[in-house]
Structure formats: structure tokens, C-alpha cells
Design a binder for this molecule. Structure first.
Ligand code: NAP
Length: 281
């Protein structure tokens, strides 16, 4: 018998998650269904109760509920507590448990870009200190790197994130100007800000002037598929990746947590690319 999964957020009409998960259920011959529920902040508490009454087996959580849901759950995993946000809830022994697959999803996508699996030797720069940055930075810190620098317009937020990451690895907070001047020192540079996202296609988080050839550069943005920042980084000889990999991985990890089945990530990726740009790879 099919099980019910879902997504809560506000607004959620634009979300590609229902298409991605329902498509994969269908491909695997499963009669499960993934339903998006648009809940305003005022409706969150009652909405989560309703999800429990529906015996929903797992759900994703998106903006603006990723933080507010924490006290409404039976348990929250330590990594999600460090990040300060839950993006996935699963049911285990009758309890609703919060986890965060955004950071782990990013980490898995990053590992595929490294020539050798040697994250522990890398100097990493994360640009931004918002919600996505917290997930990415905490997961990278927990995995262990040589150093982790966090650069943000509002330095205080980078300092706060750095103090969480320092429990796991050597982390520090720097200004955007310092990041730009020191860009050649980093092996991996990640833009987690919304700078360069459509329709502001001409904007970049930093100048790539000092970027070294061979640096791994990624951008969490996937609209457009190639931001100006990624395009210019590639022209400087960087190894680049957009935000599709993280989006697919975070979804695949949630899918695995809920069903115990490994989905076909390439098929999920193709479905997302088709939705975004009308082509597959
Ligand atoms: P958020 O919490 O609002 O954080 C935004 C970040 O961008 C902050 O660090 C903010 O700096 C910085 N920023 C925004 N405008 C800026 C500007 N004009 N100049 C300098 N810094 C600026 O947003 P979020 O949830 O982290 O999302 C950030 C991006 O990641 C979005 O583009 C989102 O689509 C993408 N994302 C992708 C995935 C994926 O699966 N690929 C997942 C999640 C998010 P301040 O702190 O100074 O305001």
C-alpha cells in the first residue's frame, strides 16, 4: 500500500520537490505519493499536528519553517541542531525526527568534484552566512578540512557560524574584501549567497581576479544554471558546479531516509534539468 510523504513551506508552488519525488516513486513502481502543503507561519503548529494525524511517513521543510519546526518535533539530530534548521523529517518508532540533508547533500556533491578524496587537505572558503551557508559550513566542518573561512557582508553572522564550526575544524570569519584579496589561497570556494540569481544576472559575490587555476568553485544557485560567477571562474580554469547537485543530493538523501531505497540520482537530476531548462544530461 502506498505511503504519504510531503513538503511544508510558504510559498511552495515553485518547488520542484513534488515532481522529483513523485517521478522517482513512479519510476521505481512504488505507489507512494509526495504532496506539497502550503502552510503560513500561523498555520505551522496545527499543520504539523495534521501531518501526524495523516500518519505521514516523512516530509521536507522549506522556507520559512526550517527553524520554527524544531520545537514541534519529538527529536532533532545533532547536525541539524548545529545548523539550526531542519529540512527533512522522518518517522521512526512512532516519533517524528528532524534532520538536515542540505549540508550532507552539498558535501556529497563536493566530494565528486575533488580529484582525490582528500577533503582534509583543503582550504575552503564559504561566501555567505545565511541558512544555506549554515548547512554547508557545518557539514564541511564536521567532515573535517584543513581550514574553513567564512566571509559575509554581515560579519557578525559569519563569526557566529565560525564559532559553531570551530567545534569540529579550524574555522575563522573574514570580510568579503579579505576573501577577495586572499582568493588564491583557497582550494574550494563556495557561493551560498543569492548574488547572481535571476533576474540579477550581472552580479557576482566576489571578483574572480585572484582565483587560481584548478580551484573548485561552486555556486548553490541553479537559476540560472551558470551564474556569471561560475562562468568567469571556469574561464580562469576552475572546476565548477552549480546548485543542481546539492538539490538532487538533499532530495535523494531524504528519499533514502524515508523509504530505505536508493533512488536513481542521475534520473532525478535529468528530471530537474528538464523542468528548469528543457534538456537533460
Ligand atoms: P538567506 O538565509 O537569506 O542568506 C542570504 C545570504 O546572502 C546571506 O549571507 C546574505 O548576507 C547574503 N546576501 C544577500 N544579498 C547580498 C548582497 N547584495 N550583498 C552581499 N551579501 C548578500 O538565504 P539562503 O536560504 O541561505 O539561500 C541563499 C542561496 O542559496 C539562494 O540563492 C538559494 O536559492 C540557494 N540555495 C540553494 C540550495 C540548493 O539545493 N542548491 C539550497 C538552499 C539554498 P547578509 O547576512 O549580510 O544579509
Amino acid at each position: 500500500m502506498g505511503k504519504l510523504y510531503g513538503l511544508i513551506g510558504h510559498p511552495i508552488a515553485h518547488s520542484m520537490s513534488p515532481m522529483m519525488h513523485n517521478g522517482e516513486f513512479k519510476e521505481l513502481g512504488l505507489s507512494h505519493h509526495y504532496q506539497a502543503f502550503d502552510l503560513s507561519p500561523e498555520q505551522l503548529e496545527d499543520g504539523v499536528e495534521a501531518m501526524k494525524m495523516l500518519d505521514i511517513q516523512g516530509f521536507n521543510v522549506t522556507i520559512p519553517h526550517k527553524v520554527a519546526i524544531i520545537p514541534l518535533l519529538d527529536e532533532v539530530e545533532q547536525e541539524a541542531l548545529d545548523i539550526g534548521a531542519v529540512n527533512t523529517v522522518y518517522k521512526q518508532d512512532g516519533k517524528y525526527i528532524g534532520t538536515n540533508t542540505d549540508g550532507k547533500g552539498y558535501l556529497l556533491s563536493l566530494l565528486t568534484l575533488l580529484q582525490e578524496n582528500d577533503l582534509e587537505n583543503k582550504k575552503v572558503l564559504v561566501i555567505g552566512a545565511g541558512g544555506a551557508a549554515r548547512a554547508v559550513a557545518v557539514s564541511i566542518a564536521r567532515a573535517g578540512v584543513l581550514s574553513l573561512s567564512l566571509a559575509n557582508r554581515t560579519l557578525e553572522k559569519a563569526e557566529n557560524l565560525s564559532s559553531v564550526c570551530n567545534s569540529y575544524t579550524s574555522a575563522n570569519a573574514i570580510t568579503l574584501q579579505e576573501a577577495e584579496a586572499e582568493l588564491h589561497h583557497f582550494d574550494v570556494v563556495i557561493n551560498t549567497t543569492s548574488i547572481g540569481m535571476s533576474p540579477h544576472l550581472d552580479r557576482m559575490p566576489l571578483s574572480v581576479e585572484r582565483l587560481n587555476e584548478g580551484t573548485v568553485v561552486s555556486d548553490l544557485i541553479y537559476n540560472p544554471l551558470e551564474t556569471k560567477w561560475l562562468k568567469l571562474s571556469k574561464q580562469k580554469g576552475a572546476v565548477t558546479d552549480n546548485g543542481i547537485s546539492m538539490f538532487v543530493e538533499q532530495g535523494a538523501l531524504a528519499f533514502e531516509k524515508w523509504t530505505g531505497i536508493t533512488p536513481d540520482r542521475q534520473r532525478m537530476r535529468n528530471a530537474v534539468l528538464k523542468e528548469l531548462g528543457g534538456y537533460s544530461c
